[in-house]
Design a protein around this ligand. Structure first.
Ligand code: B12
Ligand code: SF4
Length: 433
């Protein structure tokens, strides 16, 4: 008999969370490699479709497949007690998981993960419930939280941890051979309208606030044929919106994105693409912008962070303001700016070197380009230069202190943090009016 494997995408305990095309892509990738070798069941706490289908209108998706999660207020955990914001649990109610385990269990193995280090409370909840209600199941924890906080992750009670991107120890632990040609296990969802894709791994830059270069090593494209297989599977399952999870989607685009999009056009695959994880403006040429729009890109998020040359040089020289202006020109020229809100530039709020960031000037510069700005609250990440610097402000060994809502408030104060957010809202309002 095949082993029974449970896949769990945990709920989120946080001040805020929004379904910005969030899917457990790493978990589904791992499960896909074992396709056909186990009997899989998924419990995705963040699958809005399930509660929406039961009549919760508030959970409806917007035109690109994003939307609100069901949530409940919960007490703030002690380390975040001083942050004057409501704390919530996002995702299906806990008893639904209990009912699911009672009807679908027992399981031999449970695989789980979480992408943000400061979301480990959701993992803790899952581990507790699986131990109690499916006690024979071996719990395996992988993904970003265990990769970035391996010592902390040891304390949660999982049976086996898989930090990093090497999955060989997992196949040995499960005593199951993997088939790396298989696409992610999207078919485990009863209904699917949003999917995610990664054409590449890693990033050639080395920003001081980012974990990617250390975790992934050298930038590496994935085989284009495999990505097309993933996309075609998602389309067959009804997916209309696909978000790229790449860190450097536009780097060496000739060999990856351009080949991929040309095939999408040739095969007449109709899907809306989105790039929520920040595109590098430096690589947006007029031709690439035109191809992206023609192949179905609908929303563009550009990583900008600051117009200060000093700040950029200090943090990795990712992009400079003239490069952003040129990219916006190309995108608008290609028709991407039919709605100004379709092009957004991110800027970090609460970075520890905010003194040289010229944040307000940067916000006004973005506004002057006629696009939307978005403040991306800074989350300090252990093991990065800036995260380690932040040990002087917070206890970095407690992952809750990496929380993106909390850190800017701790660094700048509640009033200043709100003032900057209000200013961003005002600027966007006048850009979009
Ligand atoms: C996609 C993405 C997003 C998306 C979606 C996030 C989500 N929750 O799904 C969006 C754009 C919304 C986003 C937002 C943010 N993000 Co983000 N994001 C990512 C990204 C690029 C991928 C995350 C992911 O899904 N990885 C899983 C898959 C896709 O990766 P993979 O390589 O195929 O996975 C391998 C292994 O990890 C492993 N694996 C993965 N899962 C599992 C599970 C099991 C069981 C096993 C065994 C193995 C395993 O096997 C895989 C194959 O080898 C990462 C960087 C990165 N490359 O990981 C940052 C990252 C997670 N984000 C980060 C940050 C800072 C943010 C923001 C705070 C930025 C901001 N200020 O706005 C916000 C926070 C949002 C919030 N609500 O709090 C940080 C983490 C911060 C932290 N403290 O944890 C990261 C690590 C980037 C960085 N700067 O270093 N993000
Ligand atoms: S360019 Fe983006 S992914 Fe690459 S190191 Fe910098 S922040 Fe990280």
């Amino acid at each position: 008999m095949k082993p029974k494997i449970l896949l769990v995408n945990p709920p989120i305990h946080d001040f805020a969370a929004y379904d910005f095309w969030l899917k457990p892509y790493g978990l589904l990738t791992v499960a896909g490699y074992l396709r056909g070798k186990a009997d899989f069941k998924l419990f995705d706490y963040l699958d809005r479709q399930v509660l929406f289908a039961s009549g919760r209108e508030k959970l409806a998706s917007d035109c690109w497949g994003r939307g609100r999660f069901y949530c409940e207020n919960i007490p703030r955990p002690a380390p975040l007690e001083a942050i004057p914001r409501y704390f919530r649990r996002f995702g299906m109610p806990r008893r639904m998981f209990g009912d699911f385990l009672a009807s679908e269990g027992p399981f031999d193995v449970a695989l789980t993960q979480t992408t943000m280090t400061y979301w480990y409370k959701g993992v803790e909840e899952v581990i507790e419930d699986v131990h109690k209600l499916s006690p024979g199941a071996k719990i395996v924890l992988g993904g970003n939280y265990v990769t970035l906080c391996p010592d902390h992750a040891q304390t949660l009670g999982a049976d086996f941890l898989v930090p990093g991107t090497n999955l060989q120890p997992l196949w040995e632990y499960l005593q199951m051979p993997a088939d790396l040609e298989q696409p992610p296990l999207w078919d485990v969802y009863p209904k699917l309208d949003v999917g995610t894709l990664k054409l590449t791994d890693g990033c050639p830059f080395n920003c001081t606030y980012c974990s990617v270069p250390k975790v992934y090593g050298k930038f590496k494209p994935r085989p284009v044929e495999h990505s097309l297989l993933e996309l075609e599977l998602m389309r067959r399952l009804g997916v209309e919106n696909v978000a790229f999870y790449d860190d450097a989607l536009l780097f060496e685009a000739e060999a990856t994105l351009i080949r991929f999009l040309n095939e999408v056009v040739k095969r007449n695959i109709k899907v809306n693409f989105h790039a929520p994880n920040a595109l590098n403006a430096r690589f947006v040429t007029a031709d690439l912008a035109e191809l992206m729009v023609r192949a179905g890109f609908k929303t563009f998020y550009l990583g900008f962070e600051s117009l200060s040359v000093r700040w950029q040089k200090r943090t990795g020289s990712k992009v400079f303001s003239e490069e952003l202006a040129r990219a916006v020109e190309h995108l608008i020229g290609a028709g991407a700016g039919a709605e100004p809100s379709n092009i957004t530039a991110y800027q970090i709020l609460g970075h520890p070197h905010i003194g040289i960031q010229e944040l307000e000037t940067s916000m006004r510069f973005v506004h002057s380009l006629g696009i939307r700005g978005m403040l991306a609250d800074f989350s300090p990440i252990p093991g990065t230069a800036d995260g380690e610097y932040c040990r002087r402000f917070v206890n970095m060994d407690e992952p809750l202190m990496h929380n993106k809502t909390a850190f800017p408030i701790i660094l700048l104060g509640f009033d200043e943090s709100n003032r900057l957010k209000d200013l961003q809202r005002e600027l966007n309002k006048s850009a979009l009016d």
